[in-house]
Design a protein around this ligand. Structure first.
Ligand code: LER
Ligand code: MN
Length: 271
């Protein structure tokens, strides 16, 4: 069965980003639980930014699961990416993600590699940067195996990365590198920009998809833009997808209304 999740960001440096809840972990979890979400997706400053024992207690108290942990703070706060030309920075990026993976694994949750994949910067060839990404993901894929969790790789739109922008490209990359634990994230906002037909692309690449970011064409909550959600939802349900559909969307018009709109849309399309 497809599960719902909502994002909670606890990193002040990304305050303008597409996350529904902010600031107070417990209050946000209480609200998510009251609306009937199955899980939360957390963005923290590092793998030890919040106390694991406290999170465990709160997850039990509110009957929520940890759906995934985001690693974007590694880039935003520390300037780390997996494709930096500097080997020392790449190593730090890998270590940062490993720490996040270890935190998530305490709850059986995968980490997401989005902006930390970086870019092929001027002076670097695209194939060299893809090679650096593959090298780093090989190490992280093995780490995921040790931790018995998946690791989620997210193709982003062209304004955020020039490495891979579509599910087709990311699926081909995964297949050619024979990773064992890496799954893809279908972010409906990025897909709205990059995919000719988001529903068809999901259908074609479904065997690799392990997580979905639920946002409309304008990155507002689903229902506030022009994404044709019905065909996308049909592609997911018909395939037997049983992962999370997680609201990574702007808190528009405010976090509470954005969360309410999200669960309304989730129930409309997936229940
Ligand atoms: C991360 O999940 C994502 O979608 C990025 O666009 C955030 O910068
Ligand atoms: Mn995303």
């Amino acid at each position: 069965m497809i599960k719902s999740a909502v994002t909670i960001a606890l990193v002040p440096q990304i305050k303008t980003g597409p996350w529904i809840y902010w600031d107070n972990l417990e209050e946000s979890m209480g609200k998510a639980a009251a609306l009937g979400f199955d899980g939360i997706e957390l963005f923290t400053a590092s793998g030890d930014a919040i106390d694991a024992g406290q999170l465990k207690t709160l997850l039990q108290q509110y009957k929520l699961k940890l759906a995934a942990v985001g690693t974007g703070a590694g880039k935003v706060i520390h300037g780390l990416t997996l494709t930096d030309a500097d080997n020392t920075i790449r190593k730090k990026a890998i270590a940062f993600i490993q720490e996040m993976m270890e935190f998530g694994a305490l709850f059986g949750a995968p980490a997401i590699i989005g902006s930390m994949q970086g870019n092929a910067l001027p002076g670097e060839t695209h194939s060299n940067s893809i090679g650096l990404l593959a090298e780093a993901l090989k190490i992280l894929d093995q780490h995921a195996g040790h931790l018995r969790v998946k690791l989620i790789y997210e193709p982003l739109n062209r304004y955020e990365t020039n490495l891979m922008n579509t599910l087709d490209d990311a699926a081909a990359f995964i297949e050619s590198n024979t990773f064992n634990n890496i799954v893809l994230l279908a972010d409906l906002f990025h897909m709205n920009i990059e995919e000719a037909d988001p529903a068809a692309s999901i259908q074609k690449n479904i065997q690799h998809i392990g997580h979905v970011h639920f946002a409309d064409s304008n990155r507002k909550p689903i229902g506030f833009g022009h994404t044709q959600m019905e065909s996308i939802a049909n592609a997911l349900t018909a395939s037997g997808y049983d992962g999370y559909v997680s609201a990574e969307a702007f808190p528009w018009p405010d976090p509470d209304l954005a969360a309410a709109q999200t669960i309304r849309s989730f129930n409309q399309f997936f229940k």
